[in-house]
Design a protein around this ligand. Structure first.
Ligand code: ZN
Length: 501
């Protein structure tokens, strides 16, 4: 009986993975290559395939096999397989606990959300998005009720969807530290920030062709395996893959903002190296890929900020940049360039925020989501609350909703509970970086252009495990202690603290 159920499970899994692969290739094509006019025809085909995938993944025999295997976990000898069964069993709750009708209605609602949001943002008019957001929040409150367990209540349910094991209690502790330690620190550091940079840096034009060359150079520096990866261009940079055999990243070139493509490329390289270095044995299982959003973001931030924005890194690679832009960067020292890429200032837009102020933008969203889900905040009061919290925590108050509550797409496709993982990722990164430095000579590796040493350390401690370990387990493996936000505070204060601040 057990063997039979394992066989049913594995055969169906093979099919689902193949369907997901097709879906992935079409999605990648849509983001990078496809002409606009192809959309309708493509959507028709996607709909057919989506139905087929749903049929296979909700097949009764398959679902019964999962239930059976879960009931007989102790009879399974392979630890990874046990973990996988627990994971797919947990995912079944969406189909089992949420009434089908409601689930489908919600899918339709969030499919139309982004378009309505985009119009509201473009017209700078919250009232266009308000009714849709109201419905999305109502649905999320209902989903919370359906999925609540003895351990997870309210907003916890949503937080756990995006970062398994994280709860309001744990996030409260983390954000409290940001509030009491980081907010006053940032206010001081950014108060008298009148640093002026060379106009060539702020107003120069940097042709795309040369920027592309530098991005390709970065691929080499970070040891990106071009036999199993590609770099392309897209509106919003991202990393995409379904196995470690084919990992694709994109970046975006702004001719008037040189550093945008540089740090987007390094950021996505961090995500990609993680995926590439997962153990191949997971490729044909549902344990493939990165462990969680927070851990994923910790890898991209570690590469982008701790390595890519370090002085030692630019001491090595700045000359290459100057070679590509001899006129534009003439007379600009590596020190000035380093300061330029590490400037901290109060700003309104999260995705443009610097390393220091970034978590404060997330703090604003965390507090808002928490009170939206527990019913203390009404959707109609959102714009006002947003402005209030921005002045309180970031020290800058948006005038328009476009640069306030309407700036992010996430809520429009139903993602409530996602934002906190961004700040968590940076905090994980600081803790990992601290312990990595105790075991290997990171600075020397950067200085000798030997990033492989860092890649190898991360492969051994984080990457190779794919989803076979939870975020908490990975932090324990890599740093020998549970997540501790203190390392993040120390790191930021050390990097951005000035003697007279
Ligand atoms: Zn990222």
């Amino acid at each position: 009986m057990l063997e039979k159920q394992i066989q049913i499970y594995k055969e169906t899994r093979k099919k689902i993975i193949a369907y997901q692969y097709y879906d992935w290739v079409v999605g990648w094509d849509q983001e990078t290559e496809a002409p606009k006019g192809a959309q309708n025809y493509r959507l028709q085909q996607i709909e057919v395939m989506a139905n087929e995938t749903y049929k296979v993944s909700s097949d009764e025999q398959y679902m019964n096999a999962i239930e059976y295997l879960h009931e007989n976990l102790n009879d399974l000898s392979d630890e990874d397989f046990k973990t996988e069964v627990k994971k797919v069993y947990k995912d079944l709750r969406f189909i089992k606990k949420i009434p089908k009708e409601e689930y489908i209605d919600y899918q339709v609602l969030i499919a139309s959300g982004p378009q309505i949001w985009a119009e509201a943002k473009q017209k700078n008019d919250f009232s266009i998005f308000e009714p849709t957001l109201e419905k999305i929040v109502q649905y999320n409150r209902k989903i919370v009720k359906y999925l609540e367990t003895d351990d997870l209540k309210g907003y916890d349910v949503l937080l756990d969807l995006y970062e398994e094991g994280m709860t309001v209690k744990k996030y409260d502790h983390f954000f409290e530290l940001i509030k009491t330690e980081l907010v006053p620190f940032v206010m001081t550091v950014t108060k008298n920030n009148k640093e002026k940079f060379n106009r060539k840096l702020t107003k120069g034009i940097y042709p795309k062709l040369e920027q592309e060359k530098f991005s390709k150079y970065l691929l080499e520096v970070f040891n990106f395996d071009l036999d199993h990866g590609v770099l392309k261009e897209s509106e919003h940079p991202f990393t995409s893959n379904v196995s470690n055999q084919d990992v694709r990243i994109t970046t975006r070139y702004h001719e008037d903002i040189l550093i945008s493509s540089i740090f987007s490329t390094i950021h996505e390289l961090g995500h990609a190296l993680y995926e590439m270095q997962t153990d191949s044995k997971y490729n044909d299982t549902f344990l493939r890929g990165g462990s969680s959003l927070g851990i994923h973001e910790s890898q991209s931030r570690l590469y982008e900020n701790m390595i890519g924005r370090s002085f030692i890194f630019w001491e090595q690679h700045y000359k290459q940049l100057v070679n590509l832009f001899p006129k534009q960067l003439k007379g600009i020292s590596v020190t000035e360039f380093y300061k330029f890429v590490n400037q901290a200032k109060r700003s309104l837009i999260r995705i443009e925020a610097d390393e220091l102020t970034y978590p404060l933008h997330v703090l604003v969203r965390y507090e808002i989501e928490k009170s939206l889900i527990n019913g203390k905040l009404k959707v109609k009061d959102l714009p006002r609350k947003w402005r209030l919290l921005m002045s309180k925590y970031v020290g800058k108050r948006p005038i328009t909703d476009k640069e306030g509550v309407l700036q992010d797409i996430h809520w429009s496709f139903g993602s409530i509970g996602y934002f906190p993982t961004y700040a968590l990722g940076s905090a994980y990164a600081a803790q990992l970086y601290h312990f990595m430095n105790e075991e290997i000579n990171v600075e020397q590796a950067i200085e000798n252009n030997n990033i492989s040493l860092i890649n190898d350390w991360l492969k051994e401690h984080i990457h190779k495990h794919a989803q076979s370990k939870t975020p908490q387990e990975l932090m324990l493996i890599a740093t020998k202690e549970p997540f501790n936000p203190k390392y993040y505070m120390d790191y930021l204060k050390k990097k951005f603290g000035t003697p007279n601040a």
